[in-house]
Each structure stands twice: as C-alpha cells, then as structure tokens.
Design a protein around this ligand. Structure first.
Ligand SMILES: Cc1ncc(COP(=O)(O)O)c(C=O)c1O
Length: 362
C-alpha cells in the first residue's frame, strides 16, 4: 500500500522491527541509556541546545502541554491561524481560560507579518503568540518564523510554534531563529509510529512556565524535565514506539538532516509539478507551498470521496481528504518521512488513474 497521507507516515521495516523488541523496565538502566541517546538525537534534529522533552501523546498532547504550561488564566493571547490546526490552538487557548485574539488568514494563504505587527501594536498587553509552522490542512508553510520571533521578543513576548508536520522534514532552526517553544510528533517526518511527541523549551519559556499558576498534571513540563535528569519519564512511556524512535534517529542522522531537508524539497517540487501537469490547481499560494504535504483543489464536478475510494481500491494508494470546510473540496498528498522518488511517482500514477476513473478529462 502506498500511504500518501500527511501522517501517520510509512515507517522503514527496520524501524517497525525495532518496535517489536522485548519489553524493558522503563525505570531501568537500558531505558535511561536509550532516553539519553534519543534526546541527544532529537535535539540535533531540532538544531537546539534547549531542553527537548519526549512525551507519550499525539501531537495534540504537546499542543495542550504548551497551553497548560504557558498560558495564564485570563491572559490575552494572540493565535495566528491559517487553517484547521491553527484553529485547534485557538480552541485550546479558549478552553484553558486564555483571552484569545484570533488572527485568521484565508485557506491557502500564509500569515502576514505586517498584520501580526499591527495586531500586537493594537493590543500591547499580548505577550504570548502561537502559530502553526506548517498547516497540514492547507499545505502551506509559514515562512516568517525568524522575523516573527524577533518581533515577539521585541515586545518581551513568548513565541510558541506548532511544527508538528514540518520539523524533521524541513528546516526549523530552533536556536538560530530563537524559537521559544516548538512542537513536533513522531508519526510525521520522524519515520516512527504515532505515540510520542516533542516539545522544546528555552529559558524564556521556563521562566513563564514557573510564573504560571494554571493547574497541570500529566503534561506538567517541570516534572518531565526533572524525571529526565534520572533517565526517566514521569509516567509510563510508550516504550515500543521509543524503540522505534531510537532506530529511526540512527537512520535520520546517518542520512544527515541537510540531506533530509533537500530530499523533502525535491519531493515537494516533484509532487507539485506532477499534479500541475494533470491540469490541477493547488490550494497553497505560490511560494508558500509545503514540502511535506500538497493540498490539491478538486476540479469542478469531481466527487472527492469517490476519488479517494477509487485510489484506494484500484490503485492501492491512500490520500487524505480535506478537513473541516475543505471536506470534498481538496485532497491532500503527503510526502514526508520515509518517502522517496518512486513513492511519489507511484502516487502520481495512482492519482492520474483514479481521476480518469471518476470522470476527469483534464
Ligand atoms: C500541524 C499539525 N498540528 C497538530 C496536529 C495534531 O497532531 P495529532 O493528530 O498527532 O494529535 C497535526 C496532525 O496532523 C498537525 O499536522
């Protein structure tokens, strides 16, 4: 099966096998050694010296962790949303008692720095800003992180970045860009099954965390940091997924992160040209297209649900549909993680074939 969704992504056989290893004591020396190795590896991929915690949860878990640890009751927060996952951040901030200013951009657009700047000027009490780096629902990557971090720090604020579907596939230079809090998830570019998520915190973030009186338990990041000193996690970790991560990091570091980024850039380009050569249009504006997922507008009269079904039944290929208001209007072609030219070629052949079967004449 050609799994062409933007996560969970296919994993190498050796990684799958690593996950089948016999269980170990999560409070014993073997686990501690593995945790030290994976933390060092994850930090290399994050390009950071900051603390990076590995948490047993899906990506939404670390989104929630960021909010419970860093958003104070009644605090005025800016959330920049360019799609479904940005909207999820808005939801979380509201649920946890933040006073949310929503700055939303139309589907397919990236966030505009000038508008963010004016919003912050108009609301000087805002000191915490959240943004999605790579919006998986629209196939757009926000290109403004370094400038945005500068802007947020110029008002003495904190920047929280959901890089769940980008970090490990495209460059996210946590230290160079001075990103305070950055999230990612194992089932995306990390070539690992779902179940682990990552969150980095710098000193600015820890200081805010310690001031915050919000109650927290499972996702109390100070607890995670303290346990890590002893080579442990506060709660029972997903050990088998961790075995996989340990192996996948070896593969990633052997390939080299710059080579991984170059491969994703190449495959993103290949997907986009292939799709355009069929006469199809992308949802993303030119210049901000994601190198991990391509959102394709469905031509007039094409039934998206049927297209997905035909691709699966007749071409053994799984694409993702649109989410929320984009349901039935787009399909999404994932190209992140353990993916190479033949997977994209096969995906394009499947798409072309499935489109023809549902009546597309383009
Ligand atoms: C950008 C982004 N944020 C958050 C999430 C949520 O992660 P999860 O589904 O692992 O909870 C996803 C998952 O698709 C995502 O792509």
């Amino acid at each position: 099966m050609n799994l062409r969704i933007p996560g969970p992504t296919p994993i190498p056989d050796a990684v799958a096998q690593a996950g089948a290893a016999p269980m170990i004591n999560h409070r014993g020396p073997e686990f501690a050694a593995m945790m030290a190795r994976t933390t060092a590896g994850v930090k290399q991929v994050y390009q950071t010296q900051n603390d990076v915690m590995t948490v047993t949860a899906s990506g939404t878990g670390v989104m929630e962790a960021a909010v419970v640890n860093l958003v104070e009751q009644g605090e005025h927060i800016l959330v920049i949303s360019i799609g479904e996952f940005g909207d999820r951040l808005i939801n979380l901030v509201n649920i946890y008692g933040g006073k949310c200013t929503e700055l939303k951009f139309d589907q397919g657009l990236a966030a505009d720095l000038n508008q963010i700047e004016s919003t912050l000027k108009a609301n000087p009490e805002i000191k915490t800003v959240l943004i999605t780096h790579n919006e998986t629902s629209t196939g757009v990557t926000n290109p403004i992180l370094p400038e945005l971090a500068k802007l947020v720090h110029s008002i003495d604020g904190l920047l929280i970045v959901d890089a769940i579907s980008s970090l490990s596939s495209v460059p996210v230079k946590v230290d160079e860009w001075d990103l305070d809090v950055v999230l990612s998830g194992s089932q995306k570019g990390w070539m690992t099954a779902p179940g682990l998520a990552f969150i980095s915190m710098n000193e600015r973030a820890w200081a805010k965390n310690d001031r915050n009186k919000q109650p927290r338990f499972y996702f109390d990041l100070r607890r995670h940091q303290r346990s890590a000193v002893n080579g442990q996690t506060p709660w029972t970790p997903a050990v088998s997924v961790w075995f996989q991560l340990d192996h996948s990091l070896k593969l990633m570091l052997a390939e080299g992160i710059e080579n991984i980024f170059a491969r994703h850039a190449r495959l993103g380009q290949m997907t986009r040209s292939g799709v355009k050569s069929m006469g199809l249009k992308l949802l993303a504006t030119e210049g901000v297209e994601s190198n991990t997922v391509t959102a394709i507008r469905l031509p007039e009269g094409i039934d998206g649900e049927r297209l997905l079904q035909v691709a699966q039944d007749d071409f053994d290929t799984v694409f993702a549909g649109g989410q929320g208001s984009l349901r039935g209007k787009i399909i999404r072609f994932g190209h992140l993680g353990h993916v190479h030219e033949p997977d994209i070629e096969a995906g394009l052949v499947a798409l072309r074939g499935a489109l023809a079967k549902v009546g597309y004449k383009g």
